[in-house]
Design a protein around this ligand. Sequence first.
Ligand SMILES: [Zn+2]
Length: 166
Amino acid sequence: MEMKPTHIDYGALEAARFGISRSPKWPHVEKAHRRLQPNCVACIPGTNTQAGLQVHHIFPFHYCIALGRPDLELDQRNLITLCQDEPGKPGQDHHLLICHLDDFQSSNLLVVTDAQQTFYGLPADQIRQNAIWLQEEASRLKPLDQMTQEDKDNFINQMNTRFPKL
Ligand SMILES: [Zn+2]
């Protein structure tokens, strides 16, 4: 696999493909989340202490905006912190591997269970060989423009069931 630069905001790039950009309130909400959840949820505390960190949307924000729940971009319930390799800040790439199943154009809606249980404490090389991960990677969320109406209805249903409107 090619090495990707990691200082790029991949979430914003993917959203931009659909003409959607982050709310001006996002930096404030992201900062608040870093205070609430300052470490990678998938890393054993005290390990990977050099790692860069990403605040990730469980339901990706551009899907939320496109599919009727723009409030979830700024809702703490929809956020989770995972480590990401950055220059000089090695981690286990849990953001790329667990949140996005190795493709920033896709996302993993099982990220919470996967980070807290299924892949908890596993280094990147073990995740890449894990049978459950390989299976999930093959059935990951489609990019917005490849979803059928049924895919969208399923997504909307999951989003509203998990995070009812406040
Ligand atoms: Zn981690």
